[in-house]
Every structure is written in structure tokens, then in C-alpha cells.
Design a protein around this ligand. Structure first.
Ligand SMILES: [Zn+2]
Length: 430
């Protein structure tokens, strides 16, 4: 493989705080050198003047649907969608058609993800067998097969004793447990945020307490067990406050939010817009502002897309029956730029920390998330000023409230392990 020089970009490494105009030399699958006026005989030169050169982006909350729900997404289409959105590593959840609750399933995901070049796929193993909440899944065997975390995401682990057992077990393998925090006794039948809008629309509401109760419970269990806990898709002021309190008490907990919780509020549901229906639901304007503030102040650790592709019939139905979730791999970067960086709320270094070294650190992803010599040549080059309007997505899922919206910023080049997979915004494989 020829060496590549990315010439004259604005190089950003959120972990070290480095931000300067520099060249980056890629040799083999590693970052060989970062500096001024790099020379390397025979290297391919790519001018990236005015573009931002970042560590490859990492999305730690993706639903790839395969095996078992290939009408919604496949590992291949999900990976293509990830590349288009600038991601070089994605972490896929266990609630596929056939559940990732045993080592053969983990092997299957790895096998499929290695068939073509493209983003690294890191599977999450289920906490409980078939996500039923009754018996622990084959955690030890899945740990040996290479899962990076455990989660029943899509569902909460309802049984408190089961969650405690899972945390104890996960700790033995140094794996974080990712909690989908939902008290289902409070959310049953609910479609949108509980409040004036749900009342006016005649829909069952999902209260903020549903999230808060499970965050509180799981933080207490994490303290009790000393295990690593990660809170998925935090959507409310109350939830953020609970995590903050837990961190102050020394509990090993991190928390993520998703772009729709800082870009939209419950009003986006508008006239029964099923593409604005997800779990947890879009919340109040006060909650949205709390999410933005927490990102500004570093009280939220990670931004993940919660990419949840669905078919058209899944969404083109009565609101209460429509599936929960939206696609996010292709819009996350533009939403971060448009809603957090452009208004000057958060610096690029801080905003990009949430999708680079912070998820890499939490999951223990070796040599990822940093733009540094000797690290993997997973690199994303971004045009921050490029206007984008999403008409269709590379993902099989077209379910997004951001379709047709004018946003700013997109990935121009993506390298995974030194191989180019996105060039001038176009896929170069698949
Ligand atoms: Zn979830």
C-alpha cells in the first residue's frame, strides 16, 4: 500500500488538545508522522487545505439489525452508512433479530464485518439470554470472543437482582454494562414525552421519571459492585443531574446523549410525525437546553447516534403502532457542527472529544480515538462549512426527522487502517 500524505489540513487531536495546521503521513495501517512539510518519496498527496483532520470518529450506539432483520439494515449497509457519516468505528448493539447473546453470534458479526474494507465493528453482548431478563447470557464466553461491553439495549434489565449479577460478572471481565434506562411500568403504551403535548394529542406519555429511576438504581448498583456503568441515550435534565451526583460520589459511571436530544424537542412530533418517534422520546425545551449545557460543561461524556433503521411500513402507520427509533449515522456529524459548534456553544476540540477518544477510552479500544504517531490510521477529514441537505440515506433506513433539513458540515475523506473508504464525500468501496 502506498504512503499517503494529508497536506495542510487543520489537525485536531481532542485528547491532547492539539490544534494546528499540519501534514499527516499515513504508512501502512498506522499514523507515521504529524508535522510541517512532511516529505515521503512516492507518497500519494491529498490536499486538505481548510479542512479539519480528526481521529476517526467512533459511534458507540448503533443498531445494525443483522442477523434477522435484514429488511431494516445489514452489517454491510450499516457500515457504508457509517463511512458516509465519517465514522471509522461503530459499536453494535445485541438486539438484532437473533440476539447476540453467545460467542458464535459475536464471531458472526466479526466475520461479516471483515468481508469488505470499511469501519471497524465492535459488538456488544447481551446481558441476559434472548434479552428476556431471566438468565444471564454467556458473558464470559462473549468476553473471550471480543465484545466491548454488555447491554440489553432496546430493553432495560428490569430485574434489579439480575442487573446486580450482571454488573458483578461484567466486572470480572473489565467490561462496562450499558444501561438502557427505562422503567417499563411507567412507559407502557407511551409514545412521546409525557406533558402538555401528549395530553393535547391524546397519546400516552413517557415521563422523565422512567429514565431517572433506572439511572438512580443502576448507579447505586454500580457503587455496590464497583463495576463500570454507562448510561445510554440520556434525554432529561433529571437524568443528567442523577449521573452528575453519582460521579461526585465516585461511582464509575459515564453517560451519552444522542444528537436529536440537543437538536430537537418534543414539538418536532408535530402532526403525528412518526420519524420523530424514538425511545427515550424527544423531551421538553428545558430538557434540550439541559443536554446542551451538560455537553458544554462536560457533564455528558459521549455523543452516540442510536442509529435505529426501520422499513417504511414500520413507520408509515398509526403513531402508536409505529416503531421507535431514527437513523443517525449519516446525520450525527452535521448535527454536532450545526447545533453545537457553529453557534459557538462548544469548541471543535471539545465537541469532537465526544465522538473520538472518550468512547475509545470507555470501551478500551486500543490505538483508536487519537491522532498521534503510532496509532491506527483511522482518520476522518471534515469540511465544516459544506452545506448538506439529506434527501436519502445510504442506510436502508430512511426514517429521520432531519431529511430535507439544511445542515452544515460533512465528512470529505475517511481512512480506516490506512485504507481510503470515502473520497470527496463519495464512498469508494461497496
Ligand atoms: Zn436504548
Amino acid at each position: 500500500m502506498r504512503d499517503t500524505i494529508l497536506r495542510g489540513g487543520i489537525v485536531l487531536d481532542p485528547e491532547s488538545g492539539f490544534q494546528d495546521t499540519a501534514d499527516v503521513l499515513i504508512r501502512g495501517n498506522e499514523i507515521e508522522e504529524i508535522g510541517r512539510d512532511i516529505r515521503a518519496r512516492g507518497a500519494e498527496e491529498i490536499e486538505v487545505d481548510g479542512l479539519y483532520v480528526l481521529p476517526g470518529l467512533i459511534d458507540m450506539h448503533v443498531h445494525l439489525r443483522e442477523p434477522g432483520q435484514e429488511d431494516k439494515e445489514t452489517i454491510e449497509t450499516g457500515r457504508l452508512s457509517a463511512v458516509k457519516g465519517g465514522f471509522t468505528s461503530i459499536v453494535c448493539k445485541a438486539n438484532t433479530g437473533q440476539i447476540i447473546d453467545r460467542p458464535e453470534m459475536v464471531d458472526f458479526i466479526h466475520f461479516r464485518a471483515e468481508e469488505t474494507p470499511g469501519p471497524n465493528v465492535f459488538p456488544v453482548g447481551a446481558v441476559t439470554k434472548s434479552l428476556k431478563g431471566r438468565w444471564l447470557a454467556m458473558i464470559g464466553e462473549m468476553a473471550r470472543a471480543g465484545v466491548v461491553a454488555l447491554s440489553d439495549d432496546g430493553s432495560s434489565v428490569y430485574d434489579t437482582e439480575m442487573m446486580r449479577e450482571a454488573l458483578l460478572y461484567a466486572k470480572r471481565f473489565n467490561l462496562p454494562v450499558i444501561s438502557h434506562t427505562e422503567d417499563t411500568t411507567l412507559t407502557e403504551g407511551g409514545s412521546i414525552n409525557a406533558g402538555f403535548i401528549s395530553f393535547r394529542m391524546g397519546l400516552e406519555g413517557i415521563p422523565a421519571e422512567s429514565e431517572r429511576i433506572h439511572i438512580t438504581r443502576d448507579c447505586l448498583l454500580a457503587r455496590d459492585t464497583g463495576a463500570k456503568l454507562h448510561i445510554a441515550h440520556c434525554s432529561t435534565r433529571k437524568g443528567i443531574e442523577e449521573v452528575k451526583k453519582a460521579k461526585r460520589n465516585g461511582i464509575d459511571v459515564t453517560v451519552e446523549t444522542a444528537p436529536h436530544y440537543f437538536a430537537l424537542n418534543e414539538e418536532a412530533v408535530g402532526d403525528f410525525e412518526t420519524n420523530a418517534k424514538m425511545k427515550p422520546p424527544l423531551r421538553s425545551e428545558d430538557d434540550r437546553q439541559a443536554v446542551v449545557k451538560a455537553l458544554k460543561e462536560g457533564d455528558i461524556d459521549i455523543i452516540s447516534s442510536d442509529h435505529a433503521p426501520h422499513t417504511i411500513p414500520d413507520k408509515d402507520t398509526v403513531f402508536e403502532l409505529a416503531s421507535f427509533g431514527i437513523v443517525g449515522l449519516e446525520t450525527t456529524l452535521s448535527l454536532i457542527i450545526t447545533y453545537l459548534i457553529e453557534p459557538g456553544t462548544i469548541s471543535p476540540l471539545k465537541a469532537f472529544s465526544y465522538i473520538t477518544y472518550k468512547p475509545a477510552n470507555r470501551l478500551g479500544l486500543d490505538k483508536k480515538g487519537r491522532l498521534r504517531e503510532g496509532f491506527d490510521a483511522d482518520i476522518t477529514v471534515i469540511d465544516m462549512n459544506r452545506e448538506v441537505i439529506f434527501d436519502t440515506f445510504v442506510s436502508k433506513g430512511q426514517n429521520s426527522p432531519f431529511r430535507g433539513k439544511r445542515l452544515n458540515g460533512r465528512a470529505e475523506y475517511v481512512f480506516v487502517g490506512g485504507k481510503i473508504v470515502l473520497k470527496r464525500g463519495e464512498l469508494v468501496y461497496g
